[in-house]
Design a protein around this ligand. Structure first.
Ligand code: UD1
Length: 379
C-alpha cells in the first residue's frame, strides 16, 4: 500500500538457484531508488547450503525478510505450499506490486497469489519460449506472462512470442539481461579454475590452464530422470573426457539419480572431476577458463555467450534463441553422434566467436527500476 511519504512497496521473490543471480542487481538498483522500497521473500524451494547460502553471500543479496521454507516436493505440492505460505505475507505487507524473476515453480506460485489479490505483478525475464511444453519451466513462463502487468524482456525477439499469446504491447519493455549485470559485476572476483582444482584434488589432468578442460552440468528432468537417456549421456561425456578433461559440479537431483541408477562408475573416470554444486564465483571462474561448456541449463547458455565461450546445449530446444543466432551456443539434444560432432568441431575450430546481444551490458536492472518508477508515477 502506498505510504504517506509516497514510497512504493515491492515484494521481490526468489526461490531457486537461477533466481538468485537475477534478483541481486534488482535489489541493488531498488536500494538506490528514492521511490521504491523492496522486501525480499525467499520461498525456500532451494534450501541446501550449496544451492542457496553461498549465492546470497557471494552476490551480496540481503538476508531475506521472510523465508517460507517450503523445501522439495512434487510440482503440485511445492507450488501449492508456496501459495499457501505466500498469501498471508501479502495480507500482512499489502505491497504495491510483486516482482518475480525467471521460470521456476516459485515464480508462478507467487505470481498467481498476487494477481488473485489484485496486486500488480512484474515479471523479469519474460517472453522466453522453448516451444516444449514438456518442460515444467515452459508452463511457468506462459502462465506467469499471461497474468503479469509489466513484462521485462532479455531479448527483443521475445516480444513476438508474447504478441502471439495476445499480450498487450504496452505491458512489455525490452530492458536487457539482469543475469549479465551480475556476471559483469562479479567477473573480476571469479575464483580461478586452478584454485578450484587444487582444492578438490584435480590431479595431473586438471591443471586449470585456460582451455585445458571443459565444464559439464546436467539437471533437467528430461536428461536425468530417465536411466536410458542419462546413461547414454554419461557414456558420450566419458568419451569426450578422454580428449578433454571435464569438471562436473553435480546438482543434488542428478547426484541422486546417478546413484539410484547404478551409474556412479562415471565419477571414477580419470577425465571426470566431480564437484559439489559450485558457488557463483566458482562457476564463473570455471566457465571463464573453459575450452567448452556442455550443459542443459538455461542460464549457462547466456553466461557462455557473454563470456565468448562455446556452449553445447544438451537439449532439443532453447528458450534463449539469441544465444544461438548471435552467441556461442549450439543446440544438440542428447544424441551421441550430434554431441560428438559438435564437440569435435569446437576442438578443431575453437567454435563460433559470437556477438554480445543488445543490452547485455550490465545496466538492465537500472533500466528496469527506472521504468518501474515511471510506471508507478503514471498510475
Ligand atoms: C529447479 C527449477 C529449474 C532450475 C533448477 C536449478 C522448477 C520447476 N525448476 O529445478 O528451472 O533450472 O531449479 O537448480 O522450478 N534438492 C536438494 N536441495 C535443494 C534443492 C533441491 O537436494 O536445495 C533436490 C531435491 O531432491 C529435490 C530436487 O533436488 O526434489 C529437485 O529440486 P526442485 O526444486 O524440485 O527442482 P530443480 O530440479 O532444482
Amino acid at each position: 500500500m502506498s505510504q504517506e511519504n509516497n514510497t512504493k512497496e515491492i515484494i521481490c521473490v526468489v526461490g531457486a538457484r537461477p533466481n538468485f543471480m537475477k534478483i541481486a542487481p534488482l535489489m541493488a538498483a531498488i536500494k538506490k531508488s528514492q521511490i521504491i522500497n523492496a522486501t525480499l521473500v525467499h520461498t525456500g524451494q532451494h534450501y541446501d547450503e550449496a544451492m542457496k547460502k553461498s549465492f546470497f553471500d557471494q552476490l551480496g543479496i540481503p538476508e531475506p525478510d521472510v523465508d517460507l521454507e517450503v523445501g522439495s516436493g512434487s510440482h503440485a505440492v511445492q507450488t501449492a505450499e508456496i501459495m499457501k505460505r505466500f498469501e498471508p505475507i501479502l495480507d500482512q505487507k499489502t505491497p504495491d506490486a510483486v516482482l518475480v524473476v525467471g521460470d521456476v515453480n516459485s515464480t508462478i506460485a507467487c505470481g498467481l497469489v498476487a494477481v488473485k489479490k489484485n496486486i500488480p505483478l512484474i515479471h523479469v525475464e519474460a517472453g522466453l519460449r522453448s516451444g516444449d511444453r514438456n518442460m515444467p519451466e515452459e508452463i511457468n513462463r506462459i502462465l506467469t506472462d499471461q497474468i503479469s502487468d509489466l513484462l521485462y524482456l532479455t531479448e527483443k525477439e521475445a516480444k513476438e512470442n508474447l504478441a502471439k499469446e495476445g499480450i498487450a504491447e504496452e505491458k512489455i519493455y525490452f530492458a536487457g539481461n539482469v543475469m549479465i549485470d551480475t556476471l559483469k559485476m562479479n567477473l573480476p572476483n571469479a575464483v580461478s579454475a586452478k584454485e578450484i582444482f587444487r582444492d578438490n584434488g584435480g590431479g595431473r589432468l586438471f591443471s586449470g590452464e585456460d582451455g585445458s578442460y571443459g565444464v559439464m552440468t546436467l539437471h533437467r528432468p528430461s536428461n536425468v530422470d530417465s536411466k536410458e537417456v542419462l546413461e547414454s549421456l554419461l557414456e558420450t561425456l566419458t568419451q569426450i573426457s578422454k580428449e578433454l578433461p571435464l569438471v562436473f559440479p553435480v546438482h543434488p537431483r542428478t547426484a541422486a539419480r546417478i546413484g539410484s541408477y547404478g551409474l556412479s562408475d562415471f565419477f571414477e573416470q580419470p577425465g571426470i572431476l566431480k564437484l559439489p554444486p559450485a558457488g557463483y564465483l566458482q562457476m564463473l571462474g570455471l566457465m571463464k577458463g573453459a575450452k567448452v561448456v556442455l550443459t542443459d541449463s538455461g542460464g549457462i547458455q547466456e553466461e557462455t555467450t557473454s563470456l565468448g565461450i562455446p556452449c553445447i546445449t544438451l537439449r532439443d530446444s532453447t528458450e534463449r534463441p539469441i544465444t544461438v543466432t548471435e552467441g556461442t551456443n549450439t543446440i544438440v539434444g542428447s544424441d551421441k553422434r550430434k554431441i560428438i560432432h559438435t564437440f569435435n568441431d569446437v576442438m578443431e575450430t575453437g567454435g563460433r566467436a559470437g556477438n554480445i546481444p543488445e543490452f547485455w551490458d550490465g545496466k538492465a536492472a537500472e533500466r528496469i527500476v527506472a521504468h518501474i518508477e515511471e510506471w508507478f508515477q503514471r498510475r
